[in-house]
Write a protein that binds this ligand. Structure first.
Ligand SMILES: NC(=O)C1=CN([C@@H]2O[C@H](COP(=O)(O)OP(=O)(O)OC[C@H]3O[C@@H](n4cnc5c(N)ncnc54)[C@H](OP(=O)(O)O)[C@@H]3O)[C@@H](O)[C@H]2O)C=CC1
Ligand SMILES: O=C(O)[C@H](O)CS(=O)(=O)O
Length: 484
């Protein structure tokens, strides 16, 4: 049993229209600790009819919520931010129990999640429109921004708090209501956020967390004409399905999908900095983030030195239960994730790659895998084309800028990319040539609340965070006044 300072943060009911509710299917989804296999909690399986009722209630709530001033809405968001910050330790414990990430990372994610609420509690007061100089003397032209309406979010298990607030905060700040359907594996963190939204005084029906079968609830959220916006974070495959389901009702969409990030080490790179950046980018959340480095391209002249340094640094990582002191890598989310890691490693080795470190499951539990470094990896291997979503760093060689840019761009994905070089001319040339939504230059960590997060190509579209993020939840209205 989790030891929480605020035990009522751990819920076994869904939260809708300001009420804690059971599912009318009479069934529940159990939530298990990926490190120990222990039961952490359970959540109800709501029905399609219940989901439809939540959508109707969220529509009613939206019509009142949008009438508050931005300042009034943002004051409530600020209270939510303050409560999350005050309860960060408890939320982190719940997150580590259901997702597995080390407590230090979980605490960091709670701060990251709260930062979106803080940011949009400020941005919400700056949704400025335009006054346009009229082309004719008898007219006056004005553009105003308006909340788009009832919104839905379908979120993944890898960031159980931040992927929710990165969507709910701008939506609520803009004057929308929001229905979140979190992943079955990690619903408890989302429900803890709902406890605090309720305590902050966010009105009933404005922020809702529903639980149940993804296809059943997602089927209602994507097809209801009342839902005007869907924001999804997850795999590209599912993103395509949801986009198709949303098309009859022409919803506004944000799609934060899969990645295949290149990490390029040029011959003039600071190798120690590059190793630190590679560790940060590759092994965060045990490699289970969409912006994790998936391929490392190292110039021939520094390949051996970098490989040796990286393997040594990876050997310092401590794998274990996220609640243990000093653990830097927890378990993967489930056995399927471990199987995918093994498949990528076995394929690479069978085609000529070498293991520099790791490469095996750990006897700590079903979902633990060694942080791994592979050498002599080539573009024909699975690991070059598919997102591993696990703690494996494959090293590729290159000998020229043109060659590595071609290899880095040789993917259907375009989310995050990284490179290390001290040559300012090369920095600009490579940054402009990389076909990605985000480029980390001499850093492996690029995510924050003030910058636009998102991708191109098959990594999706739309931007989250930054001053762009709130426009995803608003629409423009043009007022044309004649007879002046
Ligand atoms: N671009 C980004 O920011 C991110 C991208 N991803 C990508 O997602 C993948 C890993 O995350 P993962 O959670 O497994 O991704 P999935 O796409 O499988 O799941 C994401 C969410 O969608 C739900 N879902 C799945 N199928 C459907 C459906 N048919 N209808 C409605 N909802 C559905 C899942 O529910 P449930 O799990 O309960 O079945 C989950 O809540 C990787 O490819 C990763 O790169 C992940 C995180 C961030
Ligand atoms: O879902 C993810 O992987 C996150 O978007 C990555 S980040 O925003 O935490 O970097």
């Amino acid at each position: 049993m989790l030891s929480l300072a605020k035990p009522d943060l751990l819920r076994n009911q869904a939260y809708a229209n300001g009420q804690w509710i059971d599912g009318d299917t009479g069934e529940a989804t159990e939530v298990f600790n990926p490190a120990t296999g222990e039961l952490v909690g359970s959540v109800p399986k709501m029905s399609a009819a219940q989901t439809q009722a939540v959508i109707a209630q969220a529509d009613t709530a939206y019509r009142s919520w949008k009438k508050l001033t931005a300042k009034e809405r943002c004051a409530l968001l600020r209270k939510w931010f303050d409560l999350i910050t005050a309860n960060a330790d408890d939320i982190a414990k719940i997150m580590t129990a259901e997702q597995g990430k080390p407590l230090t990372e979980a605490k960091g994610e709670v701060g990251y999640a709260a930062s979106f609420i803080e940011w949009f509690s400020e941005e919400g007061k700056r949704t400025y429109g335009d006054v346009i100089p009229s082309p004719t003397g008898d007219k006056r032209l004005v553009v105003v921004k308006e909340p788009i309406g009832v919104c839905a979010a379908i979120t993944p298990w890898n960031f159980p708090a931040a992927m929710i607030t990165r969507k709910a905060a701008p939506a609520l700040a803009a004057g929308c209501s929001m229905i979140v359907r979190p992943a079955d594996a990690t619903p408890l963190t989302a429900l803890a956020l709902a406890v605090l939204a309720d305590e902050a005084g966010i009105p009933a029906g404005v922020f809702n967390v529903i639980t149940g079968k993804s296809r059943v609830l997602g089927g209602e959220l994507t097809t209801s004409p009342v839902i005007k916006k869907l924001s999804f974070t997850g795999s590209t495959e599912v993103g395509r399905v949801l986009m198709e389901q949303c098309s009859p009702t022409l919803k506004k969409l944000s799609m934060e999908l899969g990645g295949n990030a290149p990490f390029i080490v040029f011959e003039d790179a600071d190798l120690d900095a590059a190793v630190a950046g590679a560790i940060a980018s590759k092994y965060r959340n045990a490699g289970q983030t969409c912006v994790c480095t998936n391929r490392l391209y190292v110039h021939d002249k520094v390949y051996d030195a970098f490989a040796e340094k990286l393997a040594k640094a990876v050997g310092q990582l401590k794998v274990g239960n996220g609640t243990e002191e000093g653990v830097t890598q927890g378990p993967l989310i489930d056995n399927a994730a471990v199987n995918k890691v093994e498949e990528h490693i076995e394929d690479a080795l069978s085609k000529g790659a070498r293991t520099l470190f790791g490469g095996k499951r750990l006897p700590l539990g079903d979902n633990f895998f060694e942080p791994t470094v592979l050498a002599d990896v080539t573009q024909d291997m699975l690991i070059a084309r598919e997102e591993t979503f696990g703690p494996v760093a494959p090293l590729f060689r290159f000998s020229s800028d043109d060659e590595v840019i071609q290899m880095a761009n040789d993917t259907e994905f375009g989310l995050a990319s990284y490179f290390y070089s001290k040559d300012i001319s090369r920095v600009w040339r490579v940054a402009e040539a990389l076909e990605y939504g985000m480029v980390g230059i001499n850093t492996g960590i690029i995510s924050n609340e003030v910058a636009p997060f998102g991708g191109v190509k098959q990594s999706g579209f739309g931007r989250e965070g930054s001053h762009y993020g709130i426009d995803e939840y608003m629409s423009l209205k043009y007022l044309c006044m004649g007879e002046i």
